[in-house]
Design a binder for this molecule. Structure first.
Ligand SMILES: Cc1cc2nc3c(=O)[nH]c(=O)nc-3n(C[C@H](O)[C@H](O)[C@H](O)COP(=O)(O)O)c2cc1C
Length: 192
């Protein structure tokens, strides 16, 4: 079974989502035999922004790299994604990755019947970090809601969030939010 571990936080060792994705992957590794784990750090190793030139496949090396990003996602069984809230949405490095994965004809299609997701059999576990506390259904949330939308759009139905929020309120809030998020992790491994 293949795990793709993606981080997008720009906060390095201070990152909440990096701490959580590492713990989720370690937990999966204990729970599921024969895991192959691949790590992509979008902060250190970003995917280029989608441009007109990339759509036209002007640069063969960039087109090959974009295809590799898409294929790596298609090949994976479990995606563990670190997704902080930056300016109410996701980091632009993660958006650049999304732009290479939501590709018509590969992960979704359009027809007279409307859009159809083409991705089946994948599990996505998202570590969400937020400075403020938004809860489940805030109109100001363009991060978790956006990620739910894009994965639902391509057909992924098994999406789970491990959330640490309110972490900027005080050091105690950060400690408590991280402890609650860590406590939620073992149940994921059992469920997979
Ligand atoms: C550039 C930047 C923008 C941020 N924007 C928001 C925001 O809009 N709302 C919020 O609640 N927290 C915001 N935060 C706080 C982060 O969501 C919080 O620090 C979270 O822990 C980030 O996850 P990370 O530690 O893995 O990077 C922002 C942080 C940074 C660095």
């Amino acid at each position: 079974m293949k795990v793709l571990h993606i981080d997008s936080s720009a906060l390095g060792d201070h990152s909440v989502t990096r701490e959580l994705t590492a713990a989720i992957v370690a937990d999966l590794n204990k729970a599921v035999p024969n895991l192959t784990i691949t790590h992509r750090d979008l902060d250190k190793d970003p995917v280029p922004h989608l441009t007109g030139a990339s759509l036209a496949k002007v640069d063969a090396a960039e087109a090959a790299a974009a295809e590799a990003v898409l294929q790596q996602f298609l090949d994976t069984d479990i995606l563990v994604l670190g997704a902080p809230m930056y300016n109410f949405g996701i980091p632009s490095t993660l958006k650049a990755w999304v732009d290479r994965v939501l590709v018509a004809g590969r992960t979704f299609s359009y027809s007279e019947a409307g859009p159809k997701g083409l991705v089946t059999g994948k599990k996505v576990i998202i570590a969400s970090g937020r400075g403020s506390a938004f809860g489940e259904d805030s109109p100001a949330d363009f991060q978790e809601k956006y990620l739910k939308q894009i994965f639902a759009f391509i057909g992924v139905t098994d999406v789970q969030f491990i959330r640490a929020e309110g972490i900027a309120y005080s050091p105690q809030h950060r400690t408590d939010a991280l402890a609650a998020a860590h406590a939620a992790i073992p149940s994921l491994a059992k469920a997979s």
